[in-house]
Ligand binder design. Structure first.
Ligand SMILES: Nc1ncnc2c1ncn2[C@@H]1O[C@H](COP(=O)(O)OP(=O)(O)OP(=O)(O)O)[C@@H](O)[C@H]1O
Ligand SMILES: [Mg+2]
Length: 342
């Protein structure tokens, strides 16, 4: 048995392992190291695989004086990776050649990415809440000891603005709670029987005033009567409220929204089509991300936090459904949902 084949048991390890000899040539790579760094890394110099100068120093030190060390390595190109790397002299009972070094890579990329996502999320939430909070504070200061202190007329003008901003904060907090609740339950498929076209009709009815105010017509067409399937009524109402709200918010006056419900034995399809402003192609993959808005300035005007479609996506997932978005700038947007009946 060759020396390095004794190391084949490391092939089953999730971490990457490399062994190099005194000329810094790679003489062993476990399966995951080959998967990560390339099939042909054997007999290559370590510096062609690892570019991190501090890690190369540690390897050199280990070769020189048999020292062990652990170091964090972060790479940004070609993609983001984060490792904890342990460097130690190769054990003599495995290698005849004494001057070898074993390098263990613990891949923490997913954990670090998740941490970053979480801290980005906290930063976003704080920012979104701080904006209306600042407006409320300014309004109250003006009334309390500012320009409107003794000016009833002015106070009356400021009050509704304060209330509007407080309502905005309340909406954000409600959406965030909704999002975290649905995330926790996403793996539990709803088991109640619901009739989808009734839910959609109800949701459109809730938007009647807004539709009228914006001179937008909304038509529902149901191709087949039987739209019953296992679902959560309240959550599905939330889905259609969000989608219809978007179709109205991002459309001009005198346009149409068409909702088509199609069913067959196994699936229900719902297609919501508007004639609105559309979404630039490069933004389509991002619009279900939390807090993403194509045009934050426009969102200030029409009101929107960028949480609606994130909620929709999670609810559709919970129903084991799929969502597809197609859109053309200036022409309109089409959101297609597909739910399996069983
Ligand atoms: N039907 C649509 N037409 C054009 N753009 C849309 C449409 N639906 C969504 N968008 C774009 O996608 C972004 C994200 O939508 P989403 O519903 O998640 O957030 P929002 O409507 O801004 O806020 P919220 O739904 O939380 O009130 C919107 O800001 C808008 O830029
Ligand atoms: Mg929305």
């Amino acid at each position: 048995m060759s020396e390095t084949s004794k190391l084949n048991f490391l092939n089953n390890l999730l971490d990457q392992v490399l062994v190099i000899d005194k000329s810094k040539t790679i003489c062993f790579a476990n399966l995951n190291a080959k998967n990560r760094f390339g099939e042909n890394i054997l007999n290559q110099n370590i510096s062609s695989i690892i570019r991190d100068p501090a890690l190369l120093d540690n390897i050199q030190n280990s070769l020189n004086d048999k020292s062990s060390s652990t170091i964090d390595v972060e790479t940004k190109k070609p993609n983001y990776q984060y490792y904890k790397v342990s460097v130690m002299p190769g054990p003599k009972n495995i290698f005849n050649a004494e001057e070898t070094v074993i390098i263990f890579f613990k891949d923490l990329t997913d954990i670090i990415k998740a941490q970053k996502l979480k801290s980005d999320f906290v930063a976003n939430v704080s920012h979104e809440l701080r904006t209306p909070l600042q407006s409320i504070k300014m309004g109250l200061e003006t009334i309390n000891d500012g320009a409107a202190k003794n000016d009833k007329e002015n106070q009356k003008k400021i009050m509704p603005l304060i209330m509007q901003q407080a309502a905005r904060m309340e909406n954000i907090v409600n959406d965030l709670l909704s999002l975290s609740r649905i995330e926790l339950q996403e793996h539990i498929r709803p088991s109640d029987n619901v009739v989808l076209d009734e839910i959609i009709k109800h949701s459109v009815d809730l938007h009647r005033d807004l539709l009228q105010k914006n001179s937008i017509t909304c038509k529902i067409e149901t191709e087949n009567k039987n739209t019953e399937f296992k679902g959560d009524r309240n959550r599905l109402t939330e889905v259609f409220n969000n989608l219809i709200d978007n179709a109205i918010k991002y459309s001009e006056k005198n346009t149409k929204i068409n909702i088509l419900v199609k069913t067959n034995e196994n699936n229900i399809d719902v297609i919501i089509k508007d004639q609105g402003i559309g979404i630039p192609r490069e933004h389509i993959p991002k619009i279900t991300e939390r807090f993403f808005r194509v045009n934050p300035e426009k969102s200030k005007e029409v009101g929107g936090t960028g949480l609606g479609l994130a909620i929709v996506k999670h609810i559709v997932n919970q129903h084991r459904g799929e969502m597809d978005i197609s859109s053309e700038e200036g022409k309109g947007t089409q959101i297609s949902l597909n739910f399996p009946k069983n």
